[in-house]
Design a protein around this ligand. Structure first.
Ligand code: MEV
Length: 296
C-alpha cells in the first residue's frame, strides 16, 4: 500500500515551541510517498540508499517500523520512499517520511490505527531519534492544515503563496535544539524573555490572519512580524551566514524573510510581494489542507 504525508512550514515560533510557547505552522503542498509491501525480510529503498532496518542510514523509517511492530508484530516489509521534500531543510521531511511509512504499514498489515495513533507513534519516533522536540512536525504532517500549537487550534486561512529559498546547507534539528537548550541553561534570564517575545509575535500573527480571513492577508503587518521573528532567531544563534545573506537580499527587494524550522541551514521563507523573486534555489509553495492519506 502506498501513503503520502505533507511537508510543513513553521511560519512563526520555532524553538520557542519546544518550551511550550505558541507556534503557527502549516502543512504545505510537497509530499513524501511511502510504498510498503509485505516481505520475508526488511528492505528500505530511499534517496539515502538501500538498506535493511538501519538506525544510522534510515533512523526515522527504522524506528517507525520498530514502534509499529510493538503494536502489530511483522516479519518483514519492503519500504520504498519517493519524496518531493528536500532532506534536512527545515521543511519536516523526517516527520513526513515517518508518518507516511506508518500509514502505509497500517494499511498493508491491517493494523486498524487511527490518525491519532499514527501521530502518537510518530511522536515517539521523534523522541527516539532526536531526544528533544515539540511533536509539532509529526502533528502537522499527520493532520495537514494550519495550526496554532501547542494549543491545537486549527485556523482557517485564505490561500496564499509562500516563497521558499533553500540554502542547501543542512539543518540538523537535534543539534540546533541542543544548542539552544545549552544557551538557555547558561542564560535563562535572557533566553526565556526572547521565547516570550517570540510567543507574542506568533499570537499577534494569528490575530492578523484571523482578522483578514475574508480579505487579502495583511502582508505588511505579517512582514514586520516575520522580520522581528528572524531577529530573535538570530539572537538565539540559529541563523547562519547563508541565511543572513538571503534575508538581506530579500530585504533589498522590500521583502521580509525568516529561517524556518531548526535553522543553522535549511530554508528561508517569505510571504508578501514575492511573485517576481528570482533567487537561486527558490520555489513557491502553498498551505495544504490534507494530511496523511492513502494513495490509490
Ligand atoms: C523543527 O522543525 C522545529 C523546532 O522548534 C523543534 C521542534 O519543535 O521540535 C526547532
Amino acid at each position: 500500500m502506498k501513503a503520502s504525508a505533507p511537508a510543513k512550514i513553521i511560519l512563526f515560533g520555532e524553538h520557542a515551541v519546544v518550551y511550550k510557547k505558541h507556534a503557527l505552522v502549516t502543512a504545505v503542498n510537497l509530499r513524501c510517498y511511502a510504498d510498503v509491501r509485505k516481505s520475508s525480510n526488511f528492505k528500505i529503498i530511499s534517496p539515502l540508499g538501500t538498506t535493511s532496518l538501519d538506525f544510522e542510514v534510515h533512523p526515522w523509517i527504522s524506528f517507525a517500523i520498530k514502534n509499529f511492530s510493538k503494536i502489530k508484530p511483522i516479519e518483514g516489509a519492503e519500504v520504498k520512499i519517493e519524496s518531493e521534500i528536500p532532506i534536512a531543510s527545515g521543511l519536516g521531511s523526517s516527520a513526513a517520511v515517518t508518518v507516511s511509512v506508518l500509514k502505509a504499514l497500517d494499511a498493508e498489515f491491517e493494523a486498524g490505527l487511527t490518525n491519532d495513533d499514527i501521530y502518537e507513534i510518530a511522536r515517539q519516533v521523534e523522541i527516539d531519534v532526536q531526544g528533544m522536540g515539540s511533536g509539532t512536525d509529526p502533528f502537522i504532517s499527520t493532520l495537514g492544515g494550519m495550526w496554532l500549537v501547542p494549543k491545537r487550534e486549527r485556523l482557517k486561512f485564505k490561500d496564499f503563496d509562500i516563497l521558499v529559498v533553500d540554502t542547501k546547507e543542512k539543518s540538523i534539528t537535534s543539534e540546533m535544539v541542543r544548542k539552544v537548550a545549552e544557551l538557555r541553561d547558561k542564560y535563562p534570564d535572557i533566553i526565556n524573555p526572547i521565547f516570550d517575545a517570540i510567543d507574542g509575535i506568533t499570537l499577534k500573527a494569528v490575530k492578523v490572519l484571523k482578522s483578514e480571513i475574508d480579505k487579502e492577508v495583511n502582508k505588511n503587518e505579517l512582514s514586520e512580524l516575520i522580520f522581528l521573528n528572524q531577529c530573535l532567531l538570530k539572537a538565539i544563534g540559529v541563523s547562519s551566514i547563508k541565511i543572513d545573506e538571503i534575508v538581506e537580499k530579500l530585504k533589498e527587494k522590500g521583502i521580509a524573510a525568516k529561517l524556518t524550522g531548526a535553522g543553522g541551514g535549511g530554508c528561508v521563507i517569505a510571504i508578501g510581494n514575492i511573485q517576481n523573486v528570482d533567487l537561486e534555489n527558490s520555489f513557491i509553495v502553498k498551505p495544504e489542507k490534507e494530511g496523511v492519506r492513502i494513495e490509490q
